[in-house]
Design a protein. Structure first.
Length: 91
């Protein structure tokens, strides 16, 4: 289980083991893919995203609130990426 948010996966790599960093990056990628699929399907409610996630994804988080926080971070990053793409397309 992860006891710190996935959002710290880009922190200074010298502060943790390479395997841990890789596992957190993999989890962040998996979570982002899940959130992206939910958004693409029109699912925007946080609770629904959590409840419909696979058991293996849910098991990576110590509790509901931690998973909810990470989903919110993933949503923010996805929307930021979309906004950047749109801004680049306008220039």
């Amino acid at each position: 289980m992860i006891d710190k948010p996935v959002s710290f996966s880009s922190a200074d790599p010298s502060t943790r083991q390479d395997g841990e960093a890789s596992a957190q990056d993999d989890l962040a990628t998996l979570l982002r893919g899940w959130v992206r699929a939910c958004l693409d399907d029109g699912v925007q409610e946080l609770h629904t995203m959590i409840m419909t996630a696979s058991d293996s994804l849910k098991s990576e988080f110590c509790c509901y609130d931690v998973m909810a926080d990470e989903i919110e971070i993933a949503v923010q990053r996805i929307w930021t990426d979309i906004a950047r793409q749109r801004m680049r397309a306008c220039h």
